[in-house]
Design a protein around this ligand. Structure first.
Ligand SMILES: Nc1ncnc2c1ncn2[C@@H]1O[C@H](COP(=O)(O)OP(=O)(O)OP(=O)(O)O)[C@@H](O)[C@H]1O
Length: 230
């Protein structure tokens, strides 16, 4: 089963900035892929396209055989963690945040509360359940965002710079939660060290696909320099 089929996908922002151009990629269900590229290389844009949150100006995208424009299918099967968790966390407390998405998907309240508590314990968030998300540290915010998404067991998980601005213990915890995830994983990053932690396939994106292969691409200094990464 293909998790992602992207054909000749292009996207430009309303101000004319080019996001991605002519991107063609196939990803099988269960693959763990790093989307590696320089700042401004189009990684976030491509994740937003894969999540169906913006529509390609040209080309098309299918996720598990469904068009990425199929909102109901996407809500139930695709999870995305934004680079800046403040773009995602907007409920009055962490508990409300954990209850929000199950409620959107019509999970009965009692079951949602059980799920929320299970994930709060697993993610070490029990002590902050009553806090407003904006009062949390960067690492705690990322953990809340990850817990909210993983509790719904998405078949495809899209992560945008999951460890940016997070260090020490929270970073190790986040990497462990990511490695426990068993579905199809696409992680956008510009940090080379993160790639082997989260992927065994590397797609280098700088507006368009510059290379697609195994972890050995990380040793190709010419390629990394040409792609603006190293
Ligand atoms: N909302 C927007 N409006 C206009 N241009 C945008 C917008 N978002 C991104 N861009 C532009 O699109 C291009 C690709 O940006 P994108 O954020 O997808 O890259 P990125 O690889 O995720 O970068 P970074 O590693 O810095 O997050 C950049 O030139 C950027 O300036």
């Amino acid at each position: 089963m293909k998790a992602v089929v992207a054909r000749n996908v292009s996207y430009a922002y309303p101000d004319g900035s080019r996001g991605v151009e002519g991107v063609t990629i196939d990803i099988d269900e269960g693959e763990r892929v790093a989307l590696l590229g320089p700042n401004g290389g189009g990684k976030t844009t491509f994740l937003l396209l894969l999540a169906g949150l913006i529509k390609p100006k040209a080309g098309h995208i299918e996720i598990f055989g469904h068009p990425a424009s199929d909102r109901d299918f996407m809500r139930r099967n695709v999870g995305i963690i934004f680079q800046n968790p403040d773009d995602f966390l907007f409920n009055p407390t962490v508990m409300d945040e954990l209850l929000y998405t199950p409620a959107q998907l019509d999970v009965p309240e009692e079951e949602a509360r059980k799920l929320a508590m299970e994930f709060a314990e697993k993610f070490g968030l029990v002590n902050v359940l009553h806090k407003p998300p904006f009062r949390l540290s960067g690492g705690e915010k990322k953990k809340v965002a990850l817990a909210c998404v993983l509790m719904l067991k998405p078949r495809l998980l899209l992560l945008d710079e999951p460890t940016a601005n997070v260090d020490g213990k929270a970073r190790r915890e986040i990497l462990r939660f990511i490695s426990d995830y068993e579905g199809t994983l696409i992680t956008a990053t510009h940090e080379l060290w993160l790639v082997p932690e989260v992927a065994d396939r590397v797609i280098i994106l700088n507006r368009t696909v510059m290379a697609d292969g195994g972890l050995d691409l990380l040793e190709d200094d010419d390629l990394l320099e040409r792609s603006g990464i190293a």
